[in-house]
Each structure stands twice: as C-alpha cells, then as structure tokens.
Design a protein around this ligand. Structure first.
Ligand code: HEC
Length: 127
C-alpha cells in the first residue's frame, strides 16, 4: 500500500535528490538530514532535523521556494508528502504517519526550544 512517505520519496528522488542527495545528505549547505544535537558544537550541521524549530515552516518554505529552479510547481499534497519523507529521513515521523494541516504542527522538532527570545526592547516577547 502506498503511503505518503513513499509518494514523498518518489518526488524527492525525481525533483530534489540531485541537489540534496538521495537520502537528504546533500553536499555542504544542502544537507536536509542529520546534525541533530550538533548545534553550538565545532562540527555544527544545520538541517531540517537539527535547526528548524517548527515543521509547518518547512512545508511553507518548500511550498514557496523548492525545487530551487521551479518554485511553486508542486500541489499542497505533494509538498506534504515530500516534507513527510524529509521528516522520516530525520527520524521524526514514522513511514505510515500522515502529514496534513492538522498533524504537521504536532511534530516535535528537536530544536523547538533552541531559539532565544528577541532581546530588542521594542519587541514584546509573548512567552
Ligand atoms: C537545483 C538544486 C535544488 C533542487 C532541485 C532542490 N533544492 Fe532545496 N535547496 C537548494 C538550495 C541551493 C538551498 C539553499 C537555499 C538558500 O539558502 O537560499 C535549498 C534549501 C532547501 C531547504 C532548506 C534547508 C535548510 O535546512 O535550511 C529545504 C527544506 C529544501 N531545499 C527542500 C527541497 C525539496 C523538498 C526539493 C524538491 C521538491 C528541493 N529542495 C529541490 C537547492 C535545490
């Protein structure tokens, strides 16, 4: 039975892997996978898994900006599928998990609490 991550894998291999690697390992700055726990360490690796604080932001970014040379060319469901695949590669969702507007915000990203409050006095932090 085809699951969303399987569909996402098919899209990723066809439309993303040439820049981001077959398993999202990328090259230099194009890695989407790995680096969890590396922030602030000498070998820091910023990826979707290690850096992005909220999963819906990944959906929004991919929806607006990727593939790099053909932004806006995927349907909303295709974007959910490919994001599900990237999150699965990072070990953050299971293969059978379905990603949609309700489930995506519930994914706990490892760096969710890693951003500091804005220190500028004119910005009122709401936390
Ligand atoms: C032609 C090369 C290319 C292709 C194809 C491509 N990307 Fe990218 N991608 C990039 C580059 C370059 C960046 C960094 C852009 C920047 O920093 O402005 C990037 C950044 C990203 C990021 C943000 C990474 C981060 O941690 O900040 C995500 C997520 C992403 N791409 C997903 C995708 C997905 C999903 C696809 C396929 C649907 C895709 N990309 C296809 C080149 C590509």
């Amino acid at each position: 039975m085809a699951t969303e991550t399987v569909e996402g894998k098919e899209i990723f291999e066809r439309r993303c892997a040439k820049c981001h690697g077959q398993k999202g390992e990328g090259a230099d700055d194009a890695a989407l996978v790995g680096g969890i726990g590396s922030l602030g360490k000498p070998k820091e690796l910023r990826t979707v898994g290690s850096f992005w604080p909220h999963a819906p932001g990944v959906w929004d970014y991919v929806n607006r900006a990727m593939p790099f040379k053909e932004p806006g060319s995927m349907t909303a469901d295709q974007v959910y599928a490919v994001v599900a695949f990237i999150l699965n590669l990072n070990g953050l969702v299971e293969v059978q998990d379905e990603m949609n507007a309700k489930t995506l915000p519930k994914v706990k990203m490892p760096n969710r609490d890693g951003f500091v409050k804005d220190p500028r006095p004119d910005v009122k932090a709401k936390r």
